[in-house]
Design a protein around this ligand. Structure first.
Ligand SMILES: [Zn+2]
Length: 265
């Protein structure tokens, strides 16, 4: 049976962990590298409910996008959600791997490619390449691509809302009547707005926009905030597909726990 380390090494081939941002904490967060894997549960976030789901489904490895241990953990407070998750995992010998900004930053099989495939954006390239990591420009933040033909802006936003199962889309003035070039950054992407404008994007799809940041659209681009969870929800599907292509001797499940902390009325 493959070990936790075998899965880690495979994920490292797809999205090298050294590509993660300096603030990130992707990698093996909890667990014995040499433990044999009985099953993998995939999730966007790891919460106590996700750990319990892993136990119920006979999985002893959770592969999630967001790292449950991110900043420093200074105390294990049994009333706090992070500690509860850590304690549940350790008590039940569940290992946790987070594949976070390293998966954001690769073009092939990355988070943004998955979003693009759902909303019809093709001919992708990295929006903000990190040439120090990859001279061929296939590593960095965000992607930009085009729709096969220009689409009326509001029609396209409605299509994105449907495809991304967004409860709401917050967007700026439709300063472009049609959308052809689209920049995408799953999760918090406002830092990429100047790059999206410079690259000639008509629309920038991302999440976690703050009120004053919307003004930065400045009549040059349409910003659309589709929600953080919504933008990255298909990452689990992608991870499941990738792991199942390589490993066939254990079950791979997507968690049924909805970890989105945000509700919409
Ligand atoms: Zn995220």
């Amino acid at each position: 049976m493959p070990t936790v380390n075998d899965i880690y090494n495979y994920l490292d081939q797809i999205a090298p962990f050294r590509y993660q941002e300096s603030y990130d904490n992707a990698g093996i967060l909890i667990g014995d590298r040499e433990m044999e894997v009985t099953g993998v549960l995939i999730s966007l976030d790891t919460t106590e409910a996700v750990v319990l789901d892993a136990i119920n489904q006979g999985c002893n490895l959770i592969v999630s996008h967001h790292p449950i241990i991110f900043g420093g953990v200074k105390r294990i407070d049994y009333q706090h959600y992070i500690s509860k998750t850590i304690v549940a995992a350790i008590k039940h010998d569940i290992a946790i791997i987070a594949i976070h900004t390293n998966l954001d930053n690769v073009l092939a099989d990355g988070v943004n490619q998955m979003i693009a495939s759902k909303i019809g954006v093709t001919d992708l390239r990295i929006l903000n390449p990190n040439l120090a990591l990859d001279e061929m420009s296939n590593v960095g933040s965000g992607v930009i691509g085009t729709l096969p033909t220009p689409v009326e802006s509001l029609d396209y936003l409605l299509e994105v809302k449907s495809q991304m199962k967004a409860g709401v889309i917050k967007y700026t003035d439709l300063c472009k009547s049609r959308v052809h070039t689209v920049a995408i950054c799953g999760g918090s992407g406002s830092f990429l707005l100047p790059a999206a404008i410079a690259a000639g994007a008509d629309l920038f799809i991302t999440a976690d926009y703050k009120y004053h940041e919307y003004f930065d659209a400045n009549g040059q681009i349409i910003i659309a905030d589709i929600g953080h969870y919504e933008s990255e929800q298909y990452t689990s599907e992608q991870l499941s597909k990738l792991i199942s292509q390589k490993f066939r001797n254990f079950a791979i499940h997507l968690t049924k726990v909805n970890t989105n902390p945000v509700n919409y009325l």
